[in-house]
Write a protein that binds this ligand. Structure first.
Ligand SMILES: Cc1ncc(COP(=O)(O)O)c(C=O)c1O
Length: 377
């Protein structure tokens, strides 16, 4: 007995693999310009806010009851939104695609099993593997962050992973993969393959979705989120499309009533207003392309991006650059390979603030005045 009623973490019998770990998450700092977690910077309109409030009030009237456990109406709405002839039984939904992915690993990975992805990639993946006692394996991307199909297939054949995770567009690099690569990996993979399309709506026009491949690959799943393009990060709704049996596997591991009545109701309102919720996507794609061009024009290396962010570098001391921006009220993300930084696409004013802050941080001569600066955002 330590004799204290408020033990330190070191005094608690934590699982050994969690000792020294810290909770995942980008710093949530109160600064004027937040470009660090790839959110959509445009909030919902007052009309949608009012409908969300009404739906929440309606859900509150039966708050004494558990919510609809299988969220079938919401899943039907998500199926309609995705198209491709999908039905509610082919959709799974949870509190963010983070939870969806945890369900995937709980169902298909676990002790004695392995998860493979292509590094650098989304930094939560190894945490899902750790939390499900699965072995975490990575195969390196090329210098331009693309994946060599031949080498990837050879790695899959050698490692024989139970789950392959492919983020497309990838975070933090923004890189998309081709359907041919997904098909080659799916043909070689002995287990399940999940394509994480969290940023798909931001991809350049004509970029195919892996949803098209679902009818041909019964062990393939495509995960999406309402957090990014859909401007609904606070609503916490992620989802996945796959064969009905794949979804049944996820239903086994989910907690009962995992999606609250409020979450289901407000997500359905947002989906009913899909066009409006997604209205800023084209603007954000243009902001991303403008940002990438501007950074490249200033002699920086820029990763080709199909997402709502840009990875740029390389800096001998990236932390110093990140800090210099933060000192000017602009928060970006120190993530990815050494020397690189990631910035999200934002509003015109946010992009202007970022450019001014980076210009000062790197001691560049100021840009000529922006002729469009007086336009409404
Ligand atoms: C590649 C990727 N997948 C999934 C997520 C998780 O999104 P959410 O849990 O908000 O749906 C993120 C968030 O940044 C991401 O970058």
């Amino acid at each position: 007995m330590s004799g204290t009623s408020t033990p330190t973490l070191a005094e608690l019998p934590l699982r050994p693999e969690l000792v020294g770990e810290i909770p995942y998450g980008a710093p949530q700092l109160d600064v004027p310009v937040c470009l660090n977690v790839n959110e959509n910077p445009y909030p919902p309109s007052e009309a949608v806010v009012a409908e969300i409030a009404l739906a929440a009030a309606q859900a509150a009237r039966s708050m004494n009851r558990y919510p609809e456990r299988d969220a079938l109406e919401l899943r039907a709405d998500l199926a309609r939104y995705l198209g491709h002839g999908l039905a509610a039984e082919q959709i799974w939904a949870a509190n963010g695609s983070n939870e969806v992915m945890l369900h995937v690993l709980q169902a298909f990975a676990g002790p004695g099993r392995s998860v493979l992805s292509f590094a650098p990639t989304y930094s939560m993946y190894p945490e899902y593997a750790r939390d499900t006692h699965s072995a975490w394996r990575t195969f390196p991307r090329r210098a331009d962050f693309s994946i060599d199909a031949g080498e990837a297939v050879a790695a899959v054949r050698e490692i024989r992973p139970d789950v392959v995770l492919i983020a497309s567009p990838n975070n933090p690099t923004g890189t998309s993969v081709s359907p041919e690569l997904i098909m080659a990996i799916s043909d070689a993979a002995p287990g399940v393959v999940v394509v994480d399309e969290a940023y798909h709506e931001f991809a350049r026009t004509g970029t195919p979705s892996a949803l098209e491949l679902l009818p041909r690959y019964p062990r393939l799943a495509v995960s999406r989120t309402m957090s990014k393009a859909f401007a609904f990060a606070g609503g916490r709704l992620g989802y996945l499309a796959a064969a009905p049996a794949f979804v049944d596997a996820l239903r086994i591991v989910r907690l009962p009533y995992h999606l609250s009545a409020v979450t289901q109701a407000v997500a359905r309102v947002a989906l009913a207003h899909a066009a409006e919720m997604l209205a800023a996507v084209d603007q954000l794609r243009a902001a991303r392309d403008d940002l990438a061009g501007w950074l490249a024009d200033h002699g920086l290396q820029v990763a080709e991006s199909d997402a709502n962010f840009v990875l740029f570098g390389r800096f001998p001391d990236r932390h110093a650059v990140w800090q210099a921006l933060l000192d000017q009220g602009v928060l970006i993300r120190e993530v990815g390979p050494d020397g690189w930084l990631r910035v999200s696409a934002g509003t015109r004013q946010e992009m202007q603030a970022f450019k001014i802050a980076l210009t000062a941080a790197l001691d560049w001569p100021p840009d000529p005045p922006d002729p469009q600066a007086k336009e409404t955002p």
